[in-house]
Design a binder for this molecule. Structure first.
Ligand code: BTN
Length: 269
């Protein structure tokens, strides 16, 4: 497999441990609307925990808060995990924190020397710019399932990003340094799936350690931020993460607030 070959499910599977739960089955689609929708459809049909759907191109890739996700053909890894967590539904919100930590570990394995930061709640930053976005969607009830959608910019160069993303987005290849060769997306995909699989048991048995790692990797802690909550926007300093993965902030008047939804941005005057 060369760095520019099309994704191949067997080539990824060959790099995963036989005992894995995540990536037990892998499907690669040439083109689809959104891999999250395909995974959800298979979830409704009763497909087992651990399926991973990749697409070389998404025509309707989406992000949080109804945003569009730029899914350039063959440049990144656009994929969704179908999971059936065995723990209480109330705790399924843990999946975003878990995925962020697993992906951060996997990126550092795929690109030794790089430093992956978690920008709460669902982004991974390399060198101060976004390289990964995570979108968790779930359906409760009997036969319920969760879909964890992950978009990783792998081989994009500056010219590949649309104008509006130029200042904010990066890729693993860019993080490797100017003039770096394209990375083999099979090796990157396998590193990410191995890291997520290794961390899967901690969702149930040791979520505190996952939160501690997300906090240690936080892009926000200690920074002045703007919180865009559903009903209001305010400035604060990010202090840390709560046991459930929510963000704890300190407001100017000294009060502490817990942010569990919405969006935060690093404060710029
Ligand atoms: C975000 O940054 O808001 C989340 C972006 C999530 C993008 C991924 S790409 C694979 C999966 N399919 C989608 O439509 N979205 C997620």
């Amino acid at each position: 497999m060369s760095a520019t070959s099309s994704l191949n499910a067997e080539a990824i599977q060959a790099l995963l441990p036989a005992s894995r739960r995540i990536g037990r089955e892998i499907v690669v689609l040439e083109e689809t609307g959104s891999t999250n929708d395909v995974a959800a459809q298979l979830g409704r049909a009763g497909v087992a925990d651990g399926l991973v759907i990749f697409a070389e191109r998404q025509t309707a890739g989406r992000g949080r808060l109804g945003r569009k996700w730029e899914s350039a053909a063959q440049k990144g890894l656009w994929f969704s995990l179908l999971l059936r967590p065995a723990f209480a539904l109330a705790d399924w919100s843990r999946l975003t924190t878990w995925a962020a930590v697993g992906i951060a570990r996997g990126l550092e394995e795929a690109l030794p020397g790089c430093c992956a930061a978690v920008k709460w709640p669902n982004d991974i930053y390399l060198g101060g710019k976004k390289a990964v976005g995570i979108l968790c969607e779930s359906v409760a009830g009997p036969g319920g399932y969760a879909v964890v959608g992950i978009g990783v910019n792998v081989n994009q160069t500056r010219e590949d990003f649309p104008e509006e993303l130029l200042a904010k987005a990066t890729s693993l290849r860019e993080a490797a340094g100017e003039g770096s060769a394209p990375l083999d997306r099979h090796a990157v995909a396998a590193a990410l799936l191995r890291a997520l699989d290794a961390l899967y048991p901690a969702l149930e048995t040791d979520f505190a350690s996952v939160v501690a790692e997300a906090e240690a990797r936080s892009f926000l802690v200690g920074r002045r931020i703007t919180v865009h909550a559903p009903q209001e926007t305010y400035e604060a300093t990010a202090e840390g993460l709560e046991a459930d993965g929510s963000l704890r902030v300190r407001c100017e008047e000294g009060t502490t607030r817990i942010v569990s939804g919405g969006e935060v941005s690093v404060f710029t005057r």
